[in-house]
Design a protein. Structure first.
Length: 198
């Protein structure tokens, strides 16, 4: 029966990736199987974080095994290989050949956006966000300055109003003094007249 294994090796094991692939092949041979075809993917971004890593290398091996118990034993041994982060084994009787997969993958790579381009676009959008934030901060500073200046002007106007009021009060008090002085002078004059008339 024909099977296909797709396994993931994380980016931290980049130096030993060939040894890991050879180990999987030797495990298949140890279980009376033979590798028919192989497809090696380039480094890819993972859909979710595995062991605090976001990148890894996928390898697909097409192989044959005669007995069903051999595939169960193979899975047990693959579970013990610590360098393989994830794997899946499926029956490949109705799957297209890996050579066709390679062609369709090349077509997809031509039509899809490369990871590098996506990262550049993200970097540009982050830069524009940062520049927008800087502009907003500058606008806030300008608003604060104008508000501070306006409040200072208001304070100055209020101070001037208070000064004017104080001056008015002073003038009123002067007038009161003058009127008091006049009335006291008149009183004095009357008293003098009375004294003199006696």
């Amino acid at each position: 029966m024909e099977y296909e294994i797709n396994f993931l090796v994380l980016q931290s094991n980049t130096e030993t990736i060939d040894a890991i692939r050879d180990k999987v092949k030797s495990l298949i041979k140890d279980h009376k199987g033979s590798v028919i075809d192989e497809l090696v993917y380039k480094k890819r971004r993972l859909a979710y974080e595995i062991k605090h890593e976001m990148y890894g290398f996928f390898t697909v091996l097409r192989f044959t095994l005669e007995n069903n118990p051999d595939i169960i034993d193979l899975k047990r041994e693959l579970n013990l290989v610590q360098d393989i982060a994830r794997y899946i084994i499926v029956q490949a009787n109705q799957l297209p050949k890996l050579s066709q997969e390679i062609l369709s993958m090349e077509r997809r790579e031509k039509t899809t956006v490369k990871q590098e381009d996506v990262e550049k676009i993200i970097a540009k959008s982050e830069q524009s966000k940062e520049s927008k934030e800087v502009k907003k901060e500058e606008e806030k500073k300008v608003k604060e300055k104008t508000e501070n200046e306006d409040s200072k002007k208001e304070v100055k106007v209020e101070d001037k109003k208070e000064e004017v009021k104080k001056e008015e009060v002073k003038e009123e008090s002067k007038e009161d003094k003058d009127s008091n002085d006049r009335s006291s002078l008149e009183d004095l004059d009357k008293k003098l007249d009375e004294i003199l008339s006696i």
